[in-house]
Design a protein around this ligand. Structure first.
Ligand code: SAH
Length: 231
């Protein structure tokens, strides 16, 4: 998989993706990336990439001509994404879908965003990390690609982690414990020490249900209707 990042801050990449699982996979060549400086496509002596918004208002807007030249050069094929609070919130199923791509191009916004006409020129999908505003698309792009890379074959040591974790079944994950068995008077649930696999699985499922009901009633409702459909 190859990832192209378009950004005003290429030094922010690969950032956290140089560490741990993604970092090892990068060294092994399981994925590659290029961070392209949008500013290198500016055409004036000042390397201008932004301008004041038509109609007035706060802040600056990234220029369409500069971004167009950058995309014309960089974008070849595959999903073309713009990180944006106006986008569809990123979900685990979207992450899995993206992981099937050979190439992904991610545009990182800055200022108040980009000139709207870029969406008329390219098949751009807007993706949001959540209902809050970041100062730039870079941390959002890094978080999204981190989630995607976990699904690239060979990146995760134990592929079973992908099927058991939060959201994979539409539920939050059950509580986990490791040694020591007792810490500051707190012990781990007896069932986990029982060695009884069925009981452990039942307990984990029950905990996962309880947690989801309590913390994410929205997820619980869609889980229930999906179980209903399965019959
Ligand atoms: N004025 C814009 C916010 C601009 S924030 C608005 O009100 O919608 C500057 C840049 O940060 C955006 O262009 C976008 O690329 C990025 N960004 C901010 N919040 C984000 C979020 N929740 N998800 C993804 N990208 C985000």
């Amino acid at each position: 998989m190859h990832i192209d990042f378009l950004t005003l801050y290429p030094d922010m990449f690969p950032g956290c993706l140089a560490y741990s699982l993604a970092g090892k996979a990068l060294q092994l060549g399981l994925w590659s990336y290029k961070a392209t400086d949008i500013r290198s496509y500016a055409d004036d002596a000042y390397k201008t990439v932004d301008d004041i918004p038509f109609g007035g208002g706060a802040g600056m807007v990234m220029k369409v001509d500069v971004l167009d030249r950058a995309l014309k050069d960089v974008y070849k094929t595959g999903p073309l994404l713009y990180m944006s609070p106006r986008g569809k919130p990123l979900t685990q199923s979207k992450v899995v879908e993206l992981a099937h791509a050979q190439a992904i191009t991610v545009i990182c916004g800055r200022f108040e965003g980009v000139d709207e006409r870029i969406f008329d020129l390219y098949p751009i999908e807007e993706v949001s990390l959540g209902d809050y505003v970041l100062s730039g698309g870079e941390p959002a792009a890094l978080a999204m690609i981190d989630a995607v890379l976990r699904y690239v074959p060979g990146v995760l040591g134990n592929a079973d982690s992908l099927t058991e974790e939060s959201f994979s079944q539409g539920l939050l994950e059950y509580p986990q414990y490791t040694r020591p068995q007792t810490y500051k008077g707190l012990s781990v649930p007896d069932v986990l020490l029982s060695g009884h696999h069925q009981k452990i699985q039942d307990w984990r499922e029950q905990q996962s249900h309880l947690l989801t009901q309590k913390r994410r009633p929205d997820l619980w409702t869609s889980y229930q209707s999906s179980q209903h459909k399965k019959g």
